[in-house]
Design a protein around this ligand. Sequence first.
Ligand SMILES: O=C(O)CCC(=O)C(=O)O
Ligand SMILES: [Fe+2]
Length: 380
Amino acid sequence: MTPAMVGSGESNKPENQYQKGVKHLVENGLHSVPKKYILPPSDRPGTNSEDSNVAKQNLELPIIDYSELLGPRRQQVLQSLANACEGYGFFQLINHGISDDVISSMRDMSGKFFDLPFEEREKYMTTDMSAPVRCGTSFSQTKDSVLCWRDFLKLLCHPLPDFLPHWPASPLDFRKDVATYAEKTRHLFLMLMEAIQESLGIIEGKETEGKDNILRELEDGSQMMVINFYPPCPQPDLTLGMPPHSDYGFLTLLLQDQVEGLQVHFQDQWLTVQPINNAFVVNVGDHLEIYSNGKYKSVLHRVMANSKKNRTSVASLHSLPFNCTVRPSPKLIDQHNPKRYADTNFDTFLAYVTTREPKRKDFLDSRKLTSVSVEEKEIK
Ligand SMILES: O=C(O)CCC(=O)C(=O)O
Ligand SMILES: [Fe+2]
């Protein structure tokens, strides 16, 4: 929705009220979930523990100690990293070297931004997916047939000087603190990608040359930060904070707060990710699945709503520059391992998500090559 639509007569229609976001809705008083947010029973998080839609509590994500990657145990940690990426598509990263100060300033700014009056946040509301700053709600705001219980602020972050002047100037210090956090997470992402390439056998040790080394391209790559805000929901069993989806990009580095909500799809069940203070939840994105030719898989995850507390998370999504092509690494293609995905780029992704309601891993599935469709997809 454009800011101009808000405040006009049009904006009083319920559909338009919903476009203002769930925080706005909750602030205006609400005792039940409006119909537009109610999922069909088969998609609800549910309460029956026999149901595969209900999370099992006794499973935990692998934990990777980043500081050990830099020491004599690097080879063992690379093996754990490979196991985590292959088996779960997710891990928690501890001892990552980003200081508690940087993290707590980021949390502080996220909270303060969503504490701003609606009129202040409204300035950044747009449905233009390529806007450097975008405030919105739900998952795919204009396409979702059922809305979900989340508001967000998306910020393009790299190259920073191109985007920083567009970022919100309020709250005070927002630009400074969020820029510091963006730079630190970017550096961490690059270090993780180096380790991941090594774990895939694409580079060895500190080798940086070679035509298949995408590290240099990633250094100029895209970074998008998403601050997610989930206000309390009066009937959390009927809706979701975010529907099952996989992330665009190579890796997502997610900072969650102490309020549970994130669930990962694992062996046909949902497992709740236990918050670890100041750790990053890292997950494989669609582009890494393509680049690894399917060895590492992007994994479905969703967010539960809850009736008691606000929940805030910060996701940092990283990929190649928007004008680059993502393709399986030639080093992972041979006679026994044919190329499994068509080349893709940001325009292909945008065209896909702007023309339909994004569901689960549909975009990635559309890039999969089968013997029948290889030629057809290669030319798209
Ligand atoms: O809020 C969360 O824990 C997850 C957010 C997420 O999946 C995303 O931003 O893509
Ligand atoms: Fe996600």
